[in-house]
Write a protein that binds this ligand. Structure first.
Ligand code: KIV
Length: 285
């Protein structure tokens, strides 16, 4: 698991990807922070997209519970089940040759008590072959984090906008703008580090707070809507590829417009079928 990793320089085309690496591990991302190399993280939920993500050199693939939104069409992340997360995670693990694969513990699979949290984490590790789990929350989940870590399972924290608590927040706007919430986030990040988390996702918080937290920690922070000073960045793949047509929050950089590309291709297919142009003689037996 812990390779000696020659991650030293940017490659010739100026991307921070080193193809010599065999498998990214939690130690690799720790070393990236120490070297000042940014960590790239993207979500994936199925074999085909995870293959593309892994081949492109992404360091961490997150099997996020955002699958509830982008794969299943739910309004929130709350409905997705542990069995469904394991199905997605196993598909991604079969594709990922290089990336570290981290899986979200879904809502309801760890909040009850730490024993339930450990059982859920063990099911994910055993049944999907993933390399670690991510949990939302700070001090309130400390017992669960401790128990999961004691079983030898790497844990990533998630602070700031934690979508599993959306009904408590009531809105998806930027978190920790007020002093009290910002202080709790600082305290929670230190707690998660002391417990032994290997990294923390910071979602939708002010960039200056993310900078302060990032500088105060020895473990890497991975931001989404948390500004340029985090040790790494994560996006939902459907958002950055432009598969979700209407979703364009300020923090999102859209690298492609795949909705349009795919929609055009499918319209052409429909037209070809209707006009009996497809299949032609060369496309039949
Ligand atoms: O579920 C998810 O995709 C996430 C990211 C937004 C960090 O947790």
């Amino acid at each position: 698991m812990y390779n000696s990793i020659p991650l030293t320089s940017k490659s010739a085309n100026s991307m921070s990807v080193n193809k010599e690496i065999k498998r990214v591990t939690t130690r690799t991302v720790q070393e990236m922070k120490m070297r000042g190399e940014k960590v790239s993280m993207l979500t994936a939920y199925d074999y085909s997209l995870a293959t593309i993500v892994d081949d492109a050199g992404v360091d961490i693939i997150l099997v996020g519970d955002s699958a509830s939104n982008v794969m299943a069409g739910h309004e929130t992340t709350l409905p997705i089940t542990l069995d469904q997360m394991i199905y997605h995670a196993a598909s991604v693990v079969r594709a990922a040759k290089r990336a570290l694969v981290i899986v979200d513990l879904p809502f309801g699979s760890y909040q009850g008590n730490s024993k339930e949290a450990l059982n859920s984490a063990i099911r994910i590790m055993k049944e999907s072959g993933a390399h670690g789990v991510k949990l939302e929350g700070g001090i309130e989940i400390a017992e669960s984090v401790t128990r999961i870590l004691a079983a030898g399972i790497p844990v990533m924290g998630h602070l700031g906008l934690t979508p599993q608590s959306i009904y408590k927040f009531g809105t998806y706007t930027v978190r920790a703008k007020e002093d009290a919430e910002a202080q709790k986030l600082r305290d929670d990040s230190l707690t998660l580090q002391e417990l032994g988390c290997f990294g923390i996702v910071l979602e939708k918080i002010p960039a200056l707070l993310a900078k302060e937290v990032t500088e105060s920690l020895s473990i890497p922070t991975v931001g989404i809507g948390a500004g340029q000073h985090c040790d790494g960045q994560v996006l939902v793949i459907h958002d950055m590829l432009g598969i979700n047509k209407g979703f364009k929050p300020r923090f999102l950089r859209q690298y492609a417009s795949l909705y349009d590309v795919m929609n055009d291709a499918i319209k052409n297919y429909v037209a070809d079928v209707k006009s009996a142009d497809f299949p032609n003689e060369k496309e039949q037996y």
